[in-house]
Design a protein. Sequence first.
Length: 172
Amino acid sequence: MIVISDSTPLIHFASVNRLDMLRSMYGKVFITETVHREVVIEGISLGKADAFLIEKEIGNWIKIENPEGDAGEICNKYKIHIGEADSILLARELNADLLLINERDGRQAAKSMGMNVKGTIGVIADCVRKQVLSAQEAVNILIFFKNNPLDFWIDPEIISMAIKRIKEKYHE
C-alpha cells in the first residue's frame, strides 16, 4: 500500500506520541521534502517535541520522496498551500492508495483528482476498527485534540461527532 502524508496528520499523531499507529496501519509512509521542512526542520527550530519524534523515523518507515512535477499549478488552481499541493502531486505521481490530509481545500482538491483521502479522525477510526487502538484510547486522543483546538486545527464539533460514534459503536 502506498500512503502519502501531509503535515498535519504527522503532527497530530506525534503530538500524542502515537506515530506507531501510522506505522501499524500502513507500514511505510511517504512525505515530500516540503512537508519534511514544515514539520521537522521548522518544528525543531521552534523546539516542538513532535518534530523530534518524526525526525527519528525519517529513513526508517517515514520516507522522503519528491514529486517530479511542479505543484504550483495545483496550488494556483485549488488555492492551497504548497505543502498540500506537493503531497497531492506526489500521491498522483506514485498512484498512491491513500493520501493523509486534513485541510478541507486540500482534501477537496485531491478528491476532485480521484484520490482516496483520509484525515486524522479517519485514521483513528480505522485504528479502532482494526484493533490497533482501543475505543477508549481513541476517545482519549480525540478528547485531547478537542481540548487543545489551537494546536490541532480540527473542528471541535467534528471531534465530538467522532467521539459519539466510537462510543456508540464500541459501547465505551
